[in-house]
Design a protein. Structure first.
Length: 336
């Protein structure tokens, strides 16, 4: 298949997080055929509950191209026009998988070796595939991770600090609010104070940002709420200690502020000659914990259409990515 056909074939396999088995089986079969014709090897790397990553290698994999098989919901199939391929996962990250495989084919045609391909599950939810892969390294010295970066090398990416704010109160009839204690009002007061916290800024990554993503609570309009919860996500640009302290001081004793997830900001390896950028989103890279080598972040497509009903990828960007990946692998292998 050419890179456009392979992108569409992958997009047309629904692989929302936790349901990647069919996509993994398709990729494994495709790579088995390629490996059989070119002296490579392919394996399924167990993750959990029947889920697996797919790894292929030619020689000793000094450089590994990697991205994820899963997508966000809802699924919708592929279509194409003269300029774009559309569909869930077109840019995040089925097109990237296709361009990485096409780059591998190009490398093999030129006699290259000592590289690998690693496609993981779960990036969109909990990075289960990357965490599992971090426990089973294969000797790679560089990991080129693929996300939609508009074919620019990422210099740094923001991290994530996620909290749950939980308020408790006392039930009462809403006609007699003095007999109760509203958890919702406590939560609203705490959130208002959190919104006033001045967040840190980094010269390269810019400002930290906060999003109150969900709010839930209460039982009925005529009942004083005894429980309320909000989920809060901060995009980190540095040490999380200051934010933890500032948030704790802001909410005081109004709510319980529970830390759920920390992914630190990260800086990436550079390759001369490729345009650079910085990104505000997080990736699987911190979860690899360096086990697969020094990280790079590079891929076709725009993050601004990922996760949307307009998700698409430009055909010219897919072709450019094939060349970029192949060239980066050659240069990094030569530097090892």
């Amino acid at each position: 298949m050419n890179v456009f056909e392979l992108t569409r074939a992958l997009v047309d396999i629904e692989s929302i997080s936790d349901n990647e088995t069919q996509a993994g089986a398709y990729i494994h079969s495709y790579l088995e055929t390629l490996a059989a014709a070119s002296g490579g090897r392919v394996e399924r790397m167990d993750v959990e509950h029947g889920r697996f990553n797919v790894f292929a290698a030619w020689g000793q994999p000094l450089v590994t191209l990697s991205t994820h098989m899963d997508t966000v919901p809802p699924f919708f199939p592929s279509r194409e026009d003269a300029e774009h391929i559309w569909g869930r996962g077109a840019c995040d990250a089925k097109g990237i998988i296709a361009s990485m495989i096409a780059a591998a084919e190009k490398l093999l045609e030129g006699g290259a070796t000592n590289f690998g391909l690693l496609f993981v599950v779960g990036e969109e939810r909990n990075s289960a595939g990357a965490i599992a892969a971090s426990r089973s390294p294969r000797g790679s010295r560089y990991l080129i991770n693929g996300e939609p970066t508009e074919n620019k090398l990422v210099l740094a990416s923001k991290g994530v600090l996620r909290f749950e704010a939980i308020a408790t109160g006392r039930l009462a009839h809403s006609a007699y609010p003095e007999l109760g204690e509203s958890a919702i009002e406590k939560l609203l007061d705490a959130l208002e104070q959190l919104r006033r916290v001045k967040l840190p800024t980094d010269p390269l990554l810019g400002p930290s940002t906060m999003n109150i993503g969900t709010i839930s609570g209460g039982r009925a309009p005529n009942v004083i709420a005894d429980h309320a919860k909000a989920e809060i996500l901060v995009r980190l640009v540095g040490d999380p200690a200051l934010i933890r302290q500032s948030f704790a001081a802001a909410v005081r004793n109004r709510v319980a502020l529970n830390e759920i997830l920390l992914i630190p900001p990260i800086q990436f390896h550079r390759v001369d000659g490729i345009p650079t950028t910085v990104v505000a989103y997080t990736t699987d890279v911190p979860m690899f914990a360096g086990a697969w080598g020094e990280p790079l972040l590079l891929g076709p497509g725009s993050i601004h259409v990922a996760h949307t009903s307009e998700e698409r990828i430009a055909k010219r960007d897919l072709l450019h990515a094939v060349d970029l990946y192949a060239d980066a692998v050659r240069r990094l292998v030569a530097a090892c």
